[in-house]
Ligand binder design. Structure first.
Ligand code: AMP
Ligand code: MG
Length: 305
């Protein structure tokens, strides 16, 4: 925990200075990369009547306002779908508040406030956005390797070879069990895709291959034990299917009434969200995510700032 006693130590730590400068470059390079591919940057959503329900345990973050409640954004998934009513391709550097449980305190990869580079494209399928992610990551690594901070990294991040390998969730789970993500990440030397998650693992908005219980989605896993880089997939966009999936997930439809009203007009889309602090951590080779934010807030702790 950061306290008044060790605060200065943190601010004088060279790793924090490096990671913040690299994070700044990542934002610039990734933003320009996406703009060059025709993506429009939209402002982030901080508060909304609805947000991503997320499949894992979290403490809800809400604020009261004139007798109503806003959720603090956990992800911009629904707002991305809505923005595609106007635009073909969008992205946002989206601040996410996820009050993670305290068991995640020492993972080195969880913050309770972080930034997701969230991307979505109209009429795109999964393979389309996987290619964008691969191109963006390879471009980023190539560019950052040239920057002046690179000789202070734990190691130079290797340039991955495209296309990245893919493994189906079912195979990964069968071979490595519950901790498949960590086991795979420790074993691989290049980033790898895990695809086709089962419906019980994920949220209602990832698109199901017709009635199969399998989703057209994916995670990207970093090598060297750095774990998950991003999650994404194709989306449910047809009103009836969305409602059916919400009911299956025992979601309270009332909370999503505004989203559901717009859901009648959604387009097919695919996209992903990549955590900027985790990306910074991987590129610098620093094990602790706290260096990627000058005001890090860790699960289970009340923050100093
Ligand atoms: P998710 O929607 O949970 O798949 O999150 C999208 C991406 O955000 C993940 O792949 C991570 O890169 C990043 N992320 C998720 N949760 C956290 C967290 N608590 N702290 C930092 N980064 C996170
Ligand atoms: Mg994920």
């Amino acid at each position: 925990m950061l306290t008044s006693k060790n605060l200065l130590e943190f601010y004088e730590d060279e790793r924090m200075k490096i990671a913040i400068k690299v994070g700044s470059k990542i934002r610039a390079i990734a933003g320009n990369f996406l703009r060059s591919k025709g993506f429009i940057e939209i402002p982030p959503v901080i508060i909304s009547p609805f947000t991503d329900p997320l499949a894992h345990e979290l403490i809800d973050a809400k604020i009261k306002y004139y007798g109503n409640e806003f959720y603090l954004t956990k992800s911009m998934i629904f707002h991305k779908q809505i923005a595609l009513l106007t635009f073909d391709k969008i992205f946002s550097f989206s601040p996410n508040v996820r009050l993670e449980t305290e068991d995640k305190k020492n993972t080195g990869r969880h913050l309770i406030e972080f930034t997701q580079l969230d991307i979505e494209a109209r009429n795109a399928d999964r393979s389309h956005v996987m290619k964008i992610a691969e191109d963006m990551l390879v471009h980023l690594i190539k560019e950052i390797r040239k920057c002046e901070e690179a000789d202070k990294f734990e190691r130079l991040p290797p340039i991955p070879k495209k296309p990245f390998k893919k493994i189906k969730f079912e195979e990964a789970y069968h071979e490595y069990g519950e901790d498949y993500e960590e086991a795979i990440s420790n074993e691989i030397e290049e980033p790898i895709w895990i695809v086709d998650f089962p419906i019980w693992k994920r949220e209602f908005y990832d698109r199901e291959y017709n009635g199969s219980g399998i989703l057209a989605d994916m995670d990207l896993i970093y090598p060297e034990g750095f774990g998950e880089a991003l999650s994404g997939g194709e989306r449910e966009y047809e009103y009836e299917r969305i409602v059916e999936r919400m009911k299956k997930s025992k979601i309270d439809l009332k909370i999503y009434s505004n989203y559901l009203a717009i859901a009648k007009y959604l387009h097919p889309s695919a996209g992903f969200g990549i955590g900027i602090e985790r990306l910074t951590r991987y590129i610098c080779g620093f094990r602790d995510i706290k260096y990627a934010n000058p005001f890090p807030k860790l699960p289970g702790e009340y923050a100093y700032f």
